[in-house]
Design a protein around this ligand. Structure first.
Ligand code: KIV
Length: 280
């Protein structure tokens, strides 16, 4: 099966909407790939929905490499994008290139994403020059949660919106193949999408972006500790899972599980011989 590439994603702008979902392990990658999404993001959101942290800041390169390798084993078609975690590219351009390279060499992903605009354009340019496609990420960039004072929507004033547009144009110029716009007003996302040649992938950015991304656990209703307003739950798997496991616990406690269907029996002759052996 031909894998979707970063240039394929760029070429989709204006042709049809682009779909992206996060995945963090082999089964979630198999599911996302079977649903035929264009891109799978191994997001550092795994820190919150898989590892139980309050934000994404504690996620390390080792965490990301471990999860990216599992996702790669499960996805046969979608373009897999790896999130560069907090402090894996902030120190220097060479740190950014070397950590981006580790993802491609060690896990099989074929693109990376980093958060931030103009201050990171030099990093983006160097990573792209090394042969690694880069997806930008603007707006509510969770690695800046301490600066923002919480998970707050961005680009709400005219000045902030103009700053986001400048950042987006600079990231495009630096070589990004697409840009995620997170938690920005729909009007701002629409203008940025119109002004760019590369696609925008929205999350909480309204309907006018070139595509959409959501977190796997949010779509399926697997995580309810923090559910942003822009999330739509397409299933309620957490409730279903609790119900199923409670029923399992009840059946075990009353002796209904395992039943006849889940039980293997020994051949009657072998059983007789075995019992004879015990009686000797
Ligand atoms: O880490 C992540 O899942 C993300 C998406 C929310 C875009 O960055």
């Amino acid at each position: 099966m031909k894998k979707i590439t970063a240039p394929d994603i760029t070429a989709l702008k204006g042709q049809r909407k682009i779909t992206m979902i996060t995945a963090y392990d082999y089964p979630s990658a198999l599911i996302a790939d079977a649903a035929e999404v264009d891109m799978i993001l191994v997001g550092d959101s795994l820190g919150m929905v898989v590892l139980g942290y309050d934000d994404t800041l504690a996620v390390t390169m080792e965490d990301m490499l471990h999860h990216c390798a599992a996702v790669s084993r499960g996805a046969s078609k979608a373009l897999i994008v790896a999130d560069l975690p907090f402090m894996s590219y902030h120190e220097s351009v060479s740190q950014a290139v070397s950590n981006a390279g580790r993802f491609l060499q060690k896990t099989g992903v074929r693109a990376v994403k980093l958060e931030g605009g103009r201050p990171y354009c030099e990093h983006v340019r160097a990573i792209v020059n090394a042969g690694i496609p880069v997806q930008g990420h603007l707006g509510l960039t969770p690695q800046h949660v301490a600066n923002f004072g919480g998970f707050k929507a961005q680009g709400k004033t005219a000045e902030a919106a103009a700053g986001l547009l400048e950042d987006a144009l600079a990231l495009q110029d630096a070589g990004c193949f697409s840009i995620v716009l997170e938690a920005v007003p729909a009007e701002v996302a629409e203008v940025i999408t119109e002004k760019l040649d590369i696609p925008t992938i929205g999350i909480g950015a309204g309907p006018s972006t070139s595509g959409q991304v959501l977190v796997f656990h949010d779509i399926l209703g697997l995580f309810d500790k923090f559910v942003p307003k822009f999330v739509k739950k397409y299933a309620h798997i957490r409730e279903d899972a609790i119900e199923a496991i409670s029923e399992y616990r009840r059946e075990v406690s009353v002796g209904d599980f395992p039943g006849a269907e889940q039980t293997n029996h020994m051949n009657a002759d072998e059983l007789r011989i075995f019992k004879d052996m015990l009686n000797k």
